[in-house]
Design a protein around this ligand. Structure first.
Ligand code: ATP
Length: 362
């Protein structure tokens, strides 16, 4: 289903939860809504679901207006499925009954699925790795299994749009990784459009085709994971998604000289005009490299954290600020060491692949 949000704002009394949102969600796409607490992610999802009405603007689904200032079609009349952070399973129903229930009651369940209800339940159990759990009650399941039931239940009637609100945030890190993969696989098989709300940048980068970065009820940037990570348009996106160090300095066209050492010149034709105008150069921790004193910005190691294949350093530079550097463990520096900081990968547009596992949720 193709969904178009045009000029949507939402006010709750004095609070503006959303301000002039324009967004297109293509058929079969996976859109992640990413932003910090309170930026309006859930409100946007609730508007898509039909739990709230926009204060201004409109939402269309497959060309039909489903929400405007005047009217909002209720959730049960939209061809959507929902999965929330709390699993909200019915405590008195077995797993297979949880999945069967929406097949009967979802108004858009295709007839061929309705006719073969039993097969559909088995298919959903298999797809979500729950083959052996069909006869269990919810209180006999682990957190991850419950969340799989919630996903199977939402997808069973084959909704055109699946809305997910932080569905993995209450699970432990390993399980989150496993379920991320499963959600991606299921999405590929089902061709359902997905809107996935998260505050976890790693999750958004790993799963989505399109990321919508939000701040204070507004969209900061829309783009593919690569665009958002490699070419942030705003300082907020650079720091929220790439955990970039914001280096202050002076721009000369596409060249930048950091205040910490004006003799150093970096090339930055990829840096957005908005960031340039503010006199910054965003450098992600893995773009910096530490060397023995010499060419580069002089600094002193303040903190070292061993992280397996990477070492995370905090280095104080001449202007008194601290920069974060993630480097390989070929050379090891210790707190108190004098070092030179260089950029070893200044132009991100040349990179082919995202190194998502090294990005940690905040
Ligand atoms: P979180 O990640 O913490 O869930 P969020 O990005 O989902 O946050 P929303 O829940 O959409 O944020 O809230 C956006 C803003 O709107 C917040 O300032 C919130 O306090 C406010 N808000 C949301 N719902 C209501 C409501 N029903 N009445 C009043 N204010 C509300």
């Amino acid at each position: 289903m193709s969904t178009i949000i045009t000029g949507v704002s939402k006010h709750f009394g004095q609070t503006t939860a959303l301000s002039n949102i324009d967004l297109a969600i293509d058929t079969g796409s996976f859109t992640a809504i990413l932003g910090p607490s309170g930026c309006g992610k859930t409100t946007l999802l609730r508007l898509l679901a039909g739990f709230e009405k926009p204060s201004t603007g409109a939402i269309t689904m497959n060309g039909q207006t489903v929400a405007s200032q005047k009217k909002a079609i209720p959730p049960e009349k939209r061809n959507i499925g929902m999965v929330f952070q709390s699993f909200a399973l019915w405590p008195h129903l077995k797993v297979k009954e949880q999945i069967r229930f929406p097949l009967k009651h979802h108004p858009f369940t295709p007839m061929e699925i309705k006719k073969k209800e039993k097969e559909r339940v088995l298919k959903m159990l298999k797809m979500t790795g729950l083959d052996k759990f069909g006869n269990r009650m919810p209180n006999e399941l682990s957190g991850g299994q419950k969340q799989r039931v919630a996903i199977a239940r939402a997808l069973a009637p084959q909704p055109a749009l699946l809305l997910m609100d932080e569905p993995l945030s209450s699970l432990d890190a390993e399980l989150r990784m496993d379920l991320r993969k499963e959600i991606q696989t299921i999405h590929r098989k089902m061709n359902t459009s997905v809107v996935y709300v998260t505050h976890d940048q790693g999750e958004a980068l790993a799963m989505a085709d399109q990321i919508v970065v939000m701040k204070d009820g507004k969209i900061e940037q829309i783009g593919t994971p690569e665009e958002i990570y490699m070419n942030p348009k705003t300082l907020f996106t650079a720091t929220f998604v790439g955990k970039a160090n914001l280096m202050r300095g002076t721009w000369f066209g596409d060249h930048f000289s950091p205040h910490a050492d004006p003799s150093v010149i970096w090339e930055g034709n990829w840096v957005s005009p908005e960031i340039k105008e503010q006199g910054f150069f965003p450098v992600r921790p893995e773009q910096f490299q530490l060397k023995k004193p010499g060419d580069g910005i002089a600094g002193k190691v303040k903190n070292v954290m061993f992280q397996g294949k990477e070492i995370h350093y905090s280095v104080e530079i001449r202007d008194g600020s601290h920069i974060n550097i993630h480097s390989g463990n070929e050379i090891r520096f210790e707190p108190g060491d004098h070092v030179a900081v260089i950029i070893h990968n200044p132009c991100p547009t040349g990179e082919k692949k995202l190194n998502v596992p090294s990005i940690h949720a905040h």
